[in-house]
Design a binder for this molecule. Structure first.
Ligand SMILES: Nc1ncnc2c1ncn2[C@@H]1O[C@H](COP(=O)(O)OP(=O)(O)OP(=O)(O)O)[C@@H](O)[C@H]1O
Ligand SMILES: [Mg+2]
Length: 583
């Protein structure tokens, strides 16, 4: 992942760009919060009149005016709070949705390499946990920043109006507070990044134990998994504690500084009053109240850093995902389907982060309509070859051509539309049998008849018919409710239905019993007649009829020819063959 570390300002700017489409609602929110923030100062001002006019001057009019003013201020405050908070939340939820959709969209177009490098738990946690952290930050931070800075401004304006000298004295505490806030925010951000990483790790451990529950049971992995989970949850506990300690300590510190300033003010005002100053009782109460009211917003502003830094750390993680370079998609479009002449030219390939090369100077060609088998020991590079054709990995050395065109120039969608793949590890979706067979753009388009005939050709109809709702039966998460051989037959039906000019079968029938395999084999051979096929099989009996057999050893082509030719050679293939037939 190309994790560019962005500074806070760049992160804000990027987040703000997501707010722009909703600026109208934001304006409503800002105005409401602004009006709301004047309420505190209004209360203090009312207090002054109450004391000076009612209790000191005993003016009748104020007997009604003051209570009425209090009620009106409360109503306005309630309404504005509601408008301000609801509208900002609406925007925040929109942004969360936008970001999630954006991340998911990006996820669908990330190269295979990304999935090799990042655990699924970490990726899932980014989209679920990190994004919600941004909501918390977006709403709370915004509300607090707008409302509280304006509250503070209004209160200070009021204080200046009453007595500017005293106000200036109270400012002494501000630089101290600002310094504390800055120090805390730095630590908060790094703590929150660690916390998020640990959350990702926890999701990762959880996911592996849930998905691998059978392996855990049979191989007695309980202690191992428990230790892993205990460790990571302990990390999370420790980070959560550190976050709380840092934030609470900073709040107490700020409270202390504020209290010191208050004490100083009281002392000076008292000295002034005793020596006969012109500060009225009402003004002093209002001034002192305003100063006291400053306390909460300042406290919230210091606390806001916790949310803000959590939000920034989360948005950093989100943007890191969004910034991963996607697969290169655009390229040559084609008028008609490919014919299927495939040529591999001098392919040298090694997986990232792996020292050994997986393929060594591999060259071969398959004419349109031919069936070529890839055989060789486990780890010899068969699946790697099959994966290069749909461009799961980009090539650095050598090239692959289809119909004389370099596949790296073709539009990725076009290329993949022309390839049907039955992979070694069949993936099924938690949907109906029919939706699994007609997966992708075929969904909705293909008629049931086509699905049924594909399923029939794959010898799958016999078990599908026995299911409660036939092809409309739900098969559970990753096909939990069907057997290994049944999965393979569904995957084959999916490939048959796709009807692409190039077919890749990677151990497509390995989980089938001899009789099913025989039947499916017949269907596959039928299918192979009209298209280019790469077939990978350990059971050599299934590929004897291929037009050509390519034997791989440690990433190199060591032999190729028909079954008869290779048997006559009495070399690699001959040995592989004999090994199977002796057993
Ligand atoms: N994603 C990956 N990252 C790093 N190395 C990999 C990756 N996938 C495969 N390899 C390595 O590349 C080599 C070839 O693997 P490949 O999957 O092509 O073998 P294969 O011939 O298909 O084996 P099998 O018959 O067991 O399926 C192996 O040494 C393997 O360890
Ligand atoms: Mg393989």
């Amino acid at each position: 992942m190309n994790s560019k570390s962005q500074n806070s300002r760049q992160l804000y700017a990027r987040l703000l760009r997501h707010v722009i489409p909703y600026w109208k609602i934001m304006v409503i929110s800002v105005i409401s919060l602004l009006i709301l923030s004047s309420a505190e100062a209004a209360f203090a001002a009312v207090l002054e009149k109450m004391i000076d006019k009612i209790f000191v001057a005993k003016e009748q009019l104020y007997m009604y005016a003051i209570p009425a003013a209090l009620v009106i201020i409360s109503i306005v405050r309630g309404l504005m709070n509601f408008c301000g908070v609801i509208s900002i939340n609406w925007v925040a939820n929109k942004i969360v949705m936008d970001l999630r959709q954006m991340m998911f969209e990006r996820l669908l177009h990330l190269p295979v390499q990304f999935y090799n490098d990042n655990s699924s738990g970490n990726v899932i946690s980014k989209i679920i946990f990190d994004v919600s952290q941004v909501t918390a930050a977006a709403t709370e931070t915004f509300v607090t920043i707008i409302r509280d800075t304006f509250t503070i401004t209004f209160l200070i304006a009021l204080m200046l109006y009453y007595n500017w000298q005293l106000t200036l004295i109270s400012f002494i505490s501000f630089p101290v507070i600002a310094f504390a806030v800055k120090a805390v925010s730095k630590r908060m951000r790094s703590l929150n990044t660690d916390l998020q990483d640990s959350m990702g790790d926890m999701t990762h451990v959880l996911e592996e134990s849930v998905l691998g529950h059978k392996v855990v049971k049979v191989f007695g992995g309980h202690d191992y998994e428990k230790k892993r989970f205990d460790d990571v949850s302990n990390w999370i506990r420790r980070y959560a504690n550190k976050v709380k300690i840092t934030s609470t300590a900073s709040v107490s510190f700020v409270q202390f500084i504020t209290a010191l300033a208050l004490a100083l003010i009281v002392f000076i005002a008292a000295k002034d009053a005793i020596s006969g100053g012109d500060f009225t009782a009402g003004q002093f109460s209002a001034f002192f109240t305003a100063m006291g009211l400053l306390f909460s917003p300042i406290k919230r502003l210091t606390k806001i850093n916790e949310n803000l830094q959590r939000g920034l750390a989360a948005s950093q993680s989100i943007f890191n995902l969004i910034d991963v370079t996607p697969e290169y998609e655009l390229g040559k479009q084609l008028e008609q389907p490919l014919r299927g002449d495939v040529e591999f030219r001098n392919i040298n390939f090694s997986y990232k982060n792996s020292e050994e090369s997986a393929l060594n100077d591999v060259s071969f060609s398959v004419k349109a309509g031919e069936t070529v088998a890839l055989v060789g020991q486990s780890g010899s590079g068969k699946t790697t070859i099959a994966g290069l054709l749909p461009r799961f990995y980009e090539l650095e050395h050598g090239s692959i051509q289809i119909d004389g065109m370099d596949i790296s120039e073709l539009d990725l969608k076009v290329l993949r539309n022309n390839i049907a793949l039955v992979s070694q590890d069949v993936v099924l979706f938690n949907d109906t049998v029919a939706a699994n067979i007609a997966y992708g753009p075929l969904q909705n388009k293909k008629e049931r008849d086509a699905i049924i005939s594909a399923a029939t050709a794959a010898n799958a109809m016999e078990f599908i018919e026995k299911m409660p709702d036939g092809i409309d039966t739900l098969i559970g998460e990753n096909g939990a409710k069907i057997s290994g051989g049944q999965r393979q037959r569904l995957a084959i039906a999916r490939a048959i239905l796709k009807d692409a000019p190039i077919l890749i079968l990677d151990e497509a029938t390995s989980a089938l019993d001899t009789e099913s395999e025989f039947k499916v084999q017949a269907a596959l051979e039928n299918l192979q007649k009209s298209r280019t096929t790469l077939v990978i099989a350990h059971r050599l009996s299934t590929i004897e009829n291929s037009d050509r057999i390519i034997v791989l050893d440690k990433g190199k082509i060591v032999e190729q020819g028909t079954h008869q030719e290779l048997i006559r050679k009495q070399s690699y293939y001959f040995k592989l063959h004999n090994a199977q037939f002796d057993s």
